[in-house]
Design a protein around this ligand. Sequence first.
Ligand code: RB5
Length: 149
Amino acid sequence: MIALGNDHTGLEMKRWVIEVLDELGLAYEDLGTNEAASCDYPVAGERVARAVAQGRCELGIAICGTGIGIGLAANKVQGIRCAMVSEPYSAMMARRHNDANMISIGARVLGEETAKMIVRTFLTGSFEGGRHQRRVDQIGDIERREHGQ
Ligand code: RB5
């Protein structure tokens, strides 16, 4: 299950993302707005992040105008590694090296084909482990220290 979320800027891009999910045969949970009315990106960012952090969804995709605000919000949820990406190479490496469990993308930044390529790359990639595991663990250590754990 893939968690999807967006603010008002991301309605069209969410449709493109859903086309890729359908093409890959992946089920999704839509946690974003479906209204054109202006809304606040942290709300959707937190919803997607919690669905992933709680294990209800394996991966998350979040959309706002730039992909930045919603990604910043998502990364405040413990256990989330959300990569803010605007090209496929970073989307691929976010999985391979950073074990990213979310990406955020910008509806005002990307066109349809680049967005779809990013989403496809992210969803079909996998973590390489090895030395990258140690570094991802170190990110988790920072997070636990930050939470006094
Ligand atoms: C909304 O205008 C815009 O600020 C939001 O979608 C996002 O780009 C924030 O980072």
